[in-house]
Design a protein around this ligand. Sequence first.
Ligand SMILES: [Zn+2]
Length: 341
Amino acid sequence: MAVLSEGRAAVYEEPLGPAGVRIRDRARTDVSPGTVAIAIRAASINHLDLFLAQGLQRDVKPPRVIAADGAGLVQASGDPAWRPGDEVVVYPVVCDWECEWCRAGENVRCPHFGVIGEHSDGTACELLHVDARSVFAKPKALSWTEAAAFPLTFLTAWRMLTTRARLRAGEKVLVVGAGAGVAVAAIRIARHLGARVFATSRSEAKRRKALELGAEAVFDSTEFSRPVRQATGGGVDVVFEHVGPATLAESMRSVVMGGRVVTCGSTSGAKAEIMMARLFWGQMDLLGSTMGNAGEFRAVLRAMDDGLRPVVDSIYPLGEVQAALQRLDAAEQFGKVVLSV
Ligand SMILES: [Zn+2]
């Protein structure tokens, strides 16, 4: 079912970077059966939105309302599961909910799988119409800002660390590029699961913040594998990757025999070379992952009820979406950049 963004909305119109995203007013419509209309209170942006605004997602044609993450109040519901006034968050995935994979709980394998705000309209708007199956109760302890800050990054990092890398309490995990939203989520989740966390960043300020979040030791982003092996007594069990060519070789040098390297992205380029012997001689698992299933989203929500929290970097009014995108573009953020609606 199509996602619709209505009312004031941040719309990607031209591939100019942040300047190509403008506030427009869209007509409001009645809710359709099976769909919920949510008065968005907060949305948050991801690097994806910046790629989109830069025209790098060539299969996405403007105009497109941006953002995957949103939280708000049900305004009208075409499904008996929800009533006006319910406080909700949106599962940030586009899927058809009907195919055999979706029915088996494997939304990530749906032929219509995508990201809200990339493969459909997005959450950076006043009123979002979305399939009722994509709507979940907002964790009570979270503020609106926090509720909009966690969905995509925590879903992604949760699947990477639990389903894919099988991280267990007491194991050591290295999170590279620690300032990115997904990496901050990984630090928080790994600590929540009782793992020992290590982190890398080019930025001294971000390394310090990673320590505040519970990392035991932090490292500069260049040639980190030797100091990581020294600090961890031979290497980590899991490396959490999202940077790609700039760090992958060092990440693969940082794991113990039988270690796992799990990645959800490649922000430093599309192609990487790897040392094949390190992969097979090291009994290594090199794992790919994208976002996650609705069941994994429910697991994140339960973890939020148990005290897991996102990290909010900054909050901008919806009307200042260009400044919010510029903050991501400058790579100065630590945690999530949120739009209040
Ligand atoms: Zn499906």
